[in-house]
Structures are given as structure tokens and as C-alpha cells.
Design a protein around this ligand. Structure first.
Ligand SMILES: [Fe+2]
Ligand SMILES: [Fe+2]
Length: 262
């Protein structure tokens, strides 16, 4: 019965300290098997912001899997071009694509952040073909009964209203390929709007901004996800008057597929 606490876009540098403290206490009460943080841990990857994010992660009660978001590399600068992950890797989080195995889950982190591209919105992300290949190979090799979970900052699916933010590059190819190797659940953020839906048999859940003041039409929140052999349940928790409360629960059937070999 895997249980995941899914946080996103905590944006240290724009955090709400009281809400951060409340979230730490709330997380301890939930006793999750894993806490997944789907990127944008900082506002601009400054050393003190990364240090605050690292201290927050260290205070969380369960194993934590962290992937970066577009805010976790330097702004326009030489460092962004030449070595955007130096500070992240050497001083704070070591990896950009971590893996967690345990509690009936195989959880893979993917780094969808790009330093720029031939478009105006440099916040957008992309998956490279080699990344999709590697994810497919790892999911394919996972234990047959494991819940297969992808954690990535940029969205694989968006509501019609949020479509202008853009899906992660190669979203359709990634979804098709990973669905074929049994992906059950994809966790993301970036647009700061909570959302859960099923596409190609994969449950896709976004969390809003966990504790930052960068609100864009939805309050602070996170997801609590419970899965068993038959269902995946996504419970949205929302901050009201400084306290997180469960607000909405969506239940999706957990498919059983004949998993292709990657
Ligand atoms: Fe964000
Ligand atoms: Fe983002």
C-alpha cells in the first residue's frame, strides 16, 4: 500500500515560513513511504536558497526524492550556459535524476530542465530521446508488482485552461513509451495549479506551490497519494487560513498491463 506525499514548487526565497513549519509537522503525521518533490525548490538557485531548501528536505520525516525545476539553475549568465548544475550537484542534492525503490514502488526522477532554446519561454522543459529510453529500460526492469512512478517538474498533461504554459517537450512520445512499460503514475508541478487526470492509462498528478507566495489562481497545496493493487487515490490538500486541509479526492483504477520490454 504505497503512500507518497507529493510536494512541488516550494520556491525557497519566496517561502512562507509559518506554512513551511506547518507542512513539516503535517508530513510527520502522514507517515508516507516516500516524499517526492517535483522541482522548483528555490526561486533562483542562489546558495542561501539552496541551503534553506536542503535544510527543509533534511527535516522531512521520510525518504525524499527530489528533482530540479527550471528555477533551480542560475538566471541568464555564463554559469547557466557552462555549468548550470554545479551548485545543485556539488553542494546540495548530488543528483538530478534520483531513483527510489522500496515499499512496493519503483520511482524514477527525470530532469526536464533546459538552459534555453529557440523559443521565448525559457521556463519550458523537454525530455531527450535518450532520457525516455533510459526511463523505459528502468521501468521495464522493475518488479512486476511495483507501482511505477515518474517524478518530473514539467507537465505531461494540462487542462485546457493551462495549455498556454506548454507541455514538456516530447510529452506525447514519453507518455506513449512509458505507458507501454507500465508507468502507473506521473508526478509534476511547474504551473502551480493542482490537477489530476488519467491519460493512456497513466495517472498524472500535479501539485500546486507547496509553501511559496507565488500563487497563480490556486492556494498553496500538495498531494497525498495512496495506492493499492486496484486503485490510485490522489488527495489534494489545500492551505486555508494557514492550515492544510484535505479538499478533494480522486480515485483512479490501477491498470494491469502486459509490460513491454523496453
Ligand atoms: Fe514553480
Ligand atoms: Fe517551474
Amino acid at each position: 500500500m504505497p503512500r507518497i506525499l507529493h510536494l512541488s514548487d516550494i520556491h525557497f526565497g519566496r517561502e512562507r515560513p509559518a506554512l513551511a513549519r506547518h507542512l513539516l509537522a503535517q508530513a510527520a503525521e502522514m507517515v508516507p513511504d516516500l516524499i517526492a518533490i517535483s522541482g522548483d525548490l528555490t526561486q533562483r538557485a542562489r546558495r542561501h536558497q539552496l541551503a534553506a531548501a536542503r535544510a527543509f528536505v533534511d527535516a522531512l520525516p521520510a525518504p525524499v526524492l527530489v528533482v530540479p525545476g527550471n528555477h533551480d539553475i542560475p538566471g541568464i549568465s555564463i554559469r547557466r550556459l557552462l555549468d548550470p548544475w554545479r551548485r545543485w550537484r556539488s553542494d546540495f542534492f548530488a543528483e538530478t535524476e534520483p531513483t527510489f525503490r522500496g515499499a512496493g514502488m519503483t520511482v524514477l526522477g527525470a530532469n526536464s530542465v533546459r538552459i534555453g532554446g529557440p523559443y521565448l519561454d525559457w521556463s519550458r522543459g523537454k525530455l531527450k530521446p535518450a532520457q525516455i529510453d533510459a526511463l523505459a529500460a528502468k521501468f521495464s526492469a522493475a518488479s512486476a508488482d511495483d507501482l511505477r512512478v515518474l517524478v518530473m517538474h514539467h507537465p505531461l498533461l494540462l487542462t485546457e485552461a493551462a495549455r498556454h504554459r506548454g507541455l514538456v517537450g516530447s510529452a506525447a512520445q514519453a507518455l506513449q513509451r512509458l505507458a507501454a512499460v507500465g508507468l502507473d503514475l506521473a508526478l509534476g508541478g511547474h504551473v502551480h495549479l493542482p490537477y489530476a487526470a488519467s491519460e493512456a492509462g497513466v495517472v498524472i498528478a500535479h501539485a500546486g506551490t507547496g509553501i511559496s507566495d507565488r500563487l497563480v489562481g490556486a492556494p498553496n497545496g500538495f498531494n497525498l497519494i495512496n495506492a493499492d493493487r486496484h486503485f490510485i487515490e490522489v488527495e489534494q490538500w489545500t492551505a486555508r487560513s494557514g492550515r492544510f486541509e484535505p479538499e478533494q479526492q480522486q480515485r483512479f483504477p490501477r491498470r494491469r498491463v502486459n509490460v513491454d520490454k523496453a
